[in-house]
Write a new protein. Structure first.
Length: 403
């Protein structure tokens, strides 16, 4: 495609590949500082808005959306959760985040975060191109990288930038531009997946419920007063066609059952998906004039609700170093990005792995494995140190409240 006719050429300090929350938040933060960006994405806006993803925001993430001028809708339409419930051994155990660490999390779907950011870019006159194709990133080893793409109308365009940011998700094209001999990839595949549903039903609980049972894991989440999101552990090869609604509800009810008589409120199921997950990190997060952010550089299992929050933390750090690099500090400012980002990434990887192994039943697990898990869960809820550890990890190590 490099020899194709280019219809237009635009120059900006930063070109962003990927118009998900990470890419749009970066463009928003840079825009507030007067730095121009162009963001491109192969997906349409509608496709991004209708893909159901994570729904828990850390305390700092929710505050950032409001305080940086994106939108205050998270505080109006989101649901503040001051704790979570762990169910195991047939009994409920609530962890009070407010009492333990003085923080909450916010139930606010990623689709709403995206909508707020996309609307903010449009409101502020930012340039975002959805539905592009044939995207190429060229000359990243130089100080004059270029991005070429085809618009939905078939015209060909080029962006000339000082820096390119790859925020193009877990199937990133940009991450592969780091030479193979220069990159290191760390990963872990998990022997189970989540079967996820959207159900038209009232809330079964006011906060998230993480359930451990001999039958496997279940997560009871919420979306609105009338639409709920729920998951249960399944095989990575599971087919949604094998699961009629009645079988799904029987499975979920069995996994949350307990001596307190708790039962889920059922309703029509509008969506069924199998969510395979893994842990992944690529280093370096910078190569030449290209930097990686969000799922392009790392993914985590969804158990710890860290993925979206990590992506938004990346670009918060990245906006700072890019502003310094484009200013008087020069390119050496970029050296701060990877160590600052990776410190949080690896802490989140550890927490997500810990939560995953704590709550899921591994294939081939023995009665000893099950009893050991129950002992670990009892240590978590039965000691203040255990409760505080989970609370601090889950709320995301807020920095402003603790200095």
């Amino acid at each position: 495609m490099t020899d194709a006719i280019t219809d237009t050429v635009a120059s900006v300090p930063v070109a962003v590949i990927g118009a998900g929350p990470a890419g749009l938040m970066l463009a928003h933060l840079l825009g507030r500082a007067g730095v121009g960006t162009i963001v491109v994405d192969t997906r349409t806006r509608q496709a991004i808005e209708t893909t159901q993803r994570a729904g828990i925001l850390e305390a700092d993430t929710a505050r950032d959306l409001v305080e940086t001028g994106v939108c205050d809708r998270v505080m109006r339409d989101g649901h503040e959760h001051e704790g979570v419930e762990l169910r195991f051994g047939g009994r409920p155990h609530r962890l009070d985040f407010k009492e333990l660490v003085g923080e909450s999390v916010w139930l606010y779907p990623q689709t709403d975060v995206f909508t707020d950011l996309a609307d903010a870019r449009e409101r502020d006159g930012g340039t975002v191109h959805f539905g592009v194709s044939d995207t190429e990133v060229l000359d990243i080893a130089t100080d004059a990288p270029r991005v070429r793409y085809t618009a939905p109308d078939g015209s060909r365009h080029e962006i000339r930038a000082r820096y390119v940011v790859g925020a193009d998700g877990s199937r990133s094209m940009c991450r592969n531009l780091v030479p193979q001999e220069q990159r290191v990839r760390y990963g872990k595949a998990y022997p189970f997946a989540w079967f996820g549903i959207m159900a038209e039903a009232p809330m079964s609980a006011p906060e998230l419920v993480y359930a451990h049972s001999e039958h496997g894991f279940a997560l009871i989440s919420q979306r609105t007063e009338t639409v709920q999101r729920m998951y249960f552990q399944c095989s990575p090869d599971e087919s949604v066609d094998a699961w009629p609604d009645h079988r799904i509800w029987e499975t979920l009810q069995a996994r949350v059952a307990g001596e307190d008589g708790f039962r889920l409120k059922e309703g029509p199921i509008s969506e069924k998906t199998v969510l395979r997950f893994r842990s992944f990190v690529q280093e370096p997060m910078r190569w030449g004039s290209m930097l990686l952010a969000g799922d392009a550089a790392h993914t985590v299992p969804p158990t710890g609700a860290r993925g979206l929050n990590l992506a938004l933390h990346d670009v918060k750090v990245l906006s700072d170093v890019l502003l310094r690099a484009l200013g008087s500090a020069g390119e050496t400012a970029l050296d701060d990005y990877q160590p600052r980002a990776l410190q949080r990434v690896w802490r989140a990887q550890n927490f997500s792995y810990w939560m995953t192994q704590l709550l899921h039943t591994a294939p081939g697990g023995t009665p000893f494995d099950l009893r050991r898990q129950l002992g670990e869960l009892d240590n978590v809820v039965g000691t203040r140190a255990g409760r505080s550890y989970l609370a601090e990890q889950y709320t995301g190590w807020p920095v402003r409240s603790r200095g």
